[in-house]
Each structure stands twice: as C-alpha cells, then as structure tokens.
Design a protein around this ligand. Structure first.
Ligand code: CAA
Length: 283
C-alpha cells in the first residue's frame, strides 16, 4: 500500500516524535490532539529538536522548514479522513484508545490502516472495537522516538499480511529497525523492561539500596544508558504503573504485581520528569 498522508492521534511526547520521523521521511503528516495547546506544544517540541539538528549540521535550515511544512495540525479527529495510515499515540488508557478507534473506524476510508502505539494493551482488544480488525496493528515506538532505533510491530489475531507488511515497511522508511512481536500483554519490550523497573522500585521499597546506588549498579554493572529508576521517571511513573497493571491482569500472575511504592508515587502525582518529581526531582 502506498502511504502518502500519515495521521498521528496524540501530540504528546510519543506522538510528536512519531510525527517528526514521518515528516523527515517525506510523508505529509496530520498531527491531531484534543486541544490546540497540545498540538502547538507538540509542534514546538518538533521545531526545537529540528533546530538543534540544524545547529549540529545534521540538517540544513531550508530542510527544517520543508519538514515542518509537511506537518498540519488538527483538533478534529474528522481531519483523519484524508490520511492513508493513522497511528494512535494517546494516553495509555484502554477506554480512551477504544473510543478513538471506534471514531477512526467511522471516519477513515475502508482499507486505511489503524495502528496503535500502545505499549501493552492487546491489539486484539483494540481491533475488536472496529469493523476492520484486519487493518488494525500495533506500531510501538520507543522514547525518544527520533533517537531510538526500534519499532515493535505487533500482529493481532486478525491483522492481515498486507497490513503487517505496510507497517513493517513504514518503520524501515522511518529509519527504524522493526521487530515482530505477537499479541500478548506487554508484547516483548515491556514484558521484559517493566518487570525490571518494577523490581528496581521494590529494591528501593525494601531498602536494598538508595535510588542512586540502584541506578549506578545497572548503569555501570550492566552498561544500561540510564538506571531503571531514572528511566521510569523518563517514561512516566503513571505509564509504568499502567503497563504493570496490564501485565498483572493479562496474565493473572502475581509475579507482575506493581510495587506499592510505585502506586504511591503515582497517587501523589509524582509522575517523573513530566511532573517535576518522581524518584528524582527535576527543574
Ligand atoms: N528527543 C530527541 N533527541 C534526543 C532526545 C529527545 N528527547 N534526548 C536526547 N536526544 C538526542 C541528543 O540530541 C543526542 O543527539 P546527537 O547524538 O545527535 O548529539 C543524542 O540523543 C544523545 O543524547 P545526549 O548526549 O544528550 O544524552 P545520552 O547520551 O545520555 O542519551 C538517551 C540520551 C538517548 C535518552 C539515552 O539516555 C538512552 O538511550 N536512554 C534509554 C532510553 C530508553 O530506554 N528508551 C526506551 C524507553 S521504553 C519505551 O519507550 C517504551 C514504552 O512503551 C514505555
């Protein structure tokens, strides 16, 4: 399938990153969110990253303007009617995602692929909310999207070969390396990453080490670019908790129970970098 216009629903950290890589790859992009201030914030963050690339000599100033010129903003989901492929990157809440998919299914032409950037919710559950389960797929980018090379492509039970192939090829077009994951809670990335982060929170909770020592062990002992607690702050503690809940409920297995300290921080509004405080404090 020839994709020319690429829709992104959600202009947050992930959505704006996805819009950026799509625009850099030459696609026309529609970046949608529920409020004008959200899309403008997303666009500003793309402009800032591109400006930094110009300063570093990785891109020329006219190229930056061309890329930005490919991104149209929208606060009405109906604008997705002109997209050939839509990726949803809204909050990791299944009810919000279900509603978006129901609406996209009625707005987008038959045959248009509807992808979700969900980090853990089964694709089959999202696909079942539409009348086009063969055209629903998982396209899971990593944060920060412009930097991280991986896209997990998740085949739902009914995802067609054509849908899968188009998504796989798009990931390559975006300069990423795709990996195939089958449709189980957390897929591959978060099935492995989140229990590690959760265990790091348990280490803090049980007093095995300070936050600094826990992160130092993983950074210097395992060569991770960030310690697990710093990474949790970077991802967002609410997102980490939501993913642990999906694993816990999806497998009905106590080994995935979220650490009470993680829950407490989320209840306190200590969500990590985005709220100014998580395991660490931020300016
Ligand atoms: N957006 C765009 N570019 C960014 C960026 C951002 N938010 N943050 C850093 N960069 C760029 C920098 O500009 C720099 O680019 P150049 O090489 O061109 O100069 C490059 O990334 C390296 O940045 P820094 O030198 O500032 O810092 P660093 O070397 O410490 O790297 C990092 C920063 C890439 C974030 C690195 O710490 C890292 O890889 N951390 C782990 C990230 C990770 O694990 N992500 C996956 C999270 S899980 C997920 O996303 C899935 C999910 O479902 C929860």
């Amino acid at each position: 399938m020839d994709v020319k216009t690429f829709g992104v629903v959600g202009a947050g950290q992930m959505g704006s990153g996805i819009a950026q890589v799509a625009a850099v790859s030459g696609l026309q992009v529609i970046l949608n969110d529920i409020k004008e201030e959200f899309v403008q914030k997303g666009l500003a963050s793309i402009a800032k990253i591109l400006a930094r690339n110009v300063e570093k000599g990785k891109m020329s100033a006219p190229e930056k303007e061309t890329v930005l010129g490919r991104i149209k903003t929208s606060v009405d989901l109906k604008d997705m009617a002109s997209a050939d492929f839509v990726v949803e990157a809204a909050t990791e809440n299944e009810h919000i995602k279900f509603q978006i998919f129901r609406e996209l299914d009625s707005i987008c032409s038959p045959g248009v692929i509807l992808a979700s950037n969900t980090s853990s919710i089964p694709i089959v559950r999202i696909a079942a909310k539409t009348k086009r389960p063969a055209e629903v797929v998982g396209m899971h980018f990593m944060n920060p999207v412009p930097v991280m090379k991986l896209v997990e492509v998740i085949r739902g039970l009914a995802t067609s070969d054509e849908t899968f192939q188009t998504t796989w090829d798009l990931a390559i077009r975006f300069g990423k390396t795709p990996a195939l994951a089958n449709d189980y809670p957390g897929f591959i990335a978060n099935r492995i990453l989140m229990p590690m982060i959760n265990e790091a929170v348990y280490c803090l909770y049980h007093g095995v080490g300070t936050k600094e020592d826990i992160d130092t062990v993983m950074k210097l002992g395992m060569n991770h670019p960030m310690g697990p607690l710093a990474l949790a702050d970077f991802i967002g503690l609410d997102t980490c908790l939501a993913i642990m809940e999906v694993l816990y409920e999806g497998f009905c297995d106590s080994k995935y129970r979220p650490c009470p300290l993680l829950r407490k921080y989320v209840e306190a509004g200590w969500l990590g970098k985005k709220s100014g405080r998580g395991f660490y404090t931020y300016q």
